[in-house]
Design a protein around this ligand. Sequence first.
Ligand SMILES: [Zn+2]
Length: 112
Amino acid sequence: MPFCPKCKFEYVKDIDVCHDCGEKLIDELPDEIKYSEIKTRWKPLQNLPGRIYAEMAKEIFDKKGIPSFIKSTFFSSAYGTRGVFGDTTTIFVPDDKLEECNAIIERMFNNI
Ligand SMILES: [Zn+2]
């Protein structure tokens, strides 16, 4: 079932975008969400230019004990033709860690 990573709403088949927040729906619950408390609010961190950066970020978050998960988005629906949901990679972190994670990402890019 499609599922909104922001609202945790499940949608019927063939729906692509959350009616509530406009977030692109994902196909199923990532394991991280299944195993974590449902009240955790997952926030997408900035879109990263490629999966390798997302993996790097996740590694740093893991070391700091911050849960995160990576979701790649691809053109998969009529809505995709807008381009904004191209082949970017987004890393999701808990709402209350968003600022910390943003700072980590910034430092990471400064060091490249
Ligand atoms: Zn939503």
